[in-house]
Design a protein around this ligand. Structure first.
Ligand SMILES: [Fe+2]
Ligand SMILES: [Fe+2]
Length: 177
């Protein structure tokens, strides 16, 4: 793992906080699902999904292209790997959206069984996501710190909509809800 020697403020490792925030949003959704609070579970899923999609867009449109242009052959850090994992993540999100829709048609024991199935799939997805976050935190972000100037980093981070959304949620006291 690379360690960043620069100030955290101008490091892409600040995005680690966005990952943690997203994990918290997903946990809130799963907690509502566990209690069979379906409307709340859907609402929290929507919030999680839109913020995660915005975060992946930040990475794909601003960060990964610069990383891809300036370095190659990073072990465990190929551009294709990040893009393939994002594709898998989007596939899981679409599956969960559909499953939540289906769940609203169920009742009683069938509803409980379907909710368990969905929680299992979400658990599997969560494992994949942790690997993805670790790959970014160990390769993409620290390498980007080394490949960019302070000014460039500050501009790129200021343009990350997921970081702005996280900071707005933090300011509103909603970071863990
Ligand atoms: Fe990502
Ligand atoms: Fe990320």
């Amino acid at each position: 793992m690379l360690t960043s020697v620069m100030s955290r403020d101008s490091s892409f490792l600040r995005l680690t906080e966005v990952h943690q925030w997203l994990d918290g949003l997903f946990l809130a959704h799963r907690t509502a699902l566990l209690s069979l609070e379906l409307s709340q579970a859907k609402l929290l899923f929507d919030r999680y999904e839109s913020n995660l999609l915005a975060h992946m867009k930040d990475e794909e449109e601003s960060l990964i292209p610069i990383y891809g242009e300036r370095i190659s052959d990073v072990p465990g850090g190929a551009v294709e790997l990040f893009i393939a994992e994002h594709k898998k993540i989007r596939g899981f999100l679409a599956e969960f959206r559909q499953a939540l829709r289906e769940l609203r048609k169920q009742k009683g024991l069938a509803l409980k069984h379907k909710a368990i199935e969905l929680l299992d799939r979400e658990g599997m997805y969560h494992g994949l996501l942790q690997h993805h976050h670790a790959r970014e935190q160990n390769a993409l972000y620290p390498w980007l710190d080394l490949l960019t100037s302070v000014e460039e980093r500050e501009n790129l981070l200021a343009g990350c909509s997921s970081l702005s959304a996280y900071q707005a949620a933090l300011a509103a006291g909603q970071s863990d809800k």
